[in-house]
Design a protein around this ligand. Structure first.
Ligand code: FES
Ligand code: FES
Length: 157
């Protein structure tokens, strides 16, 4: 067992973990943050995407000990004071949420993109979510949602 500490959604955790525990298992099984989904478990689908120290990672490919000392954002950390993040609201309003399985990872990839580039082109949005697979929507709804989110965030300012 190894002791690690990390911050998840602003909350500080100290945990004892097996060396072979993956980050997704730490989040889902130990911390009970079930919003992070496991699709392939092989780094292909992006359903397990979280933001670690500002960068998107596939939490199925990262060992939990590699997250020692890091700051992680999962989908549960997006809403504030009971209000959805503008990106989440925009995904709903644009009709981008169908079965919903890919959405937590998709929303976090969108957030990481907009944090770095608040006004991306449609091509840059497509590139930003290119690591996230969706079996339902054909992706155009995600592009619409991201453009809507940009408007919502500008209005909030
Ligand atoms: S579950 Fe991690 S990339 Fe598919
Ligand atoms: S909404 Fe169903 S997989 Fe994307």
């Amino acid at each position: 067992m190894i002791d690690i500490s990390l911050r998840v959604n602003g909350e500080y955790f100290e945990v004892s973990i097996e060396e072979n525990l993956r980050l997704i298992d730490l989040l889902r099984d130990e911390l009970k943050l079930l919003g992070t989904k496991e699709g392939c478990g092989e780094g292909e689908c992006g359903a397990c995407t979280v933001i670690m120290d500002g960068e998107t990672v596939n939490s199925c490919l990262i060992m939990a000990f590699q997250a020692n000392g890091s700051n992680i954002l999962t989908i549960e950390g997006m809403e504030k004071d009971g209000k959805l993040h503008p990106i989440q609201q925009a995904y709903i309003d644009a009709g981008a949420v169908q079965c919903g399985f890919c959405i937590p990872g998709m929303v976090l990839s969108t957030k990481a993109l907009l944090d770095k580039n608040p006004n991306p082109t449609r091509a840059e949005i497509r590139e930003g979510i290119s690591g996230n697979l969706c079996r339902c929507t054909g992706y155009n709804k995600m592009l619409d949602a991201t453009e809507k989110a940009i408007k919502y965030m500008e209005e909030e300012k």
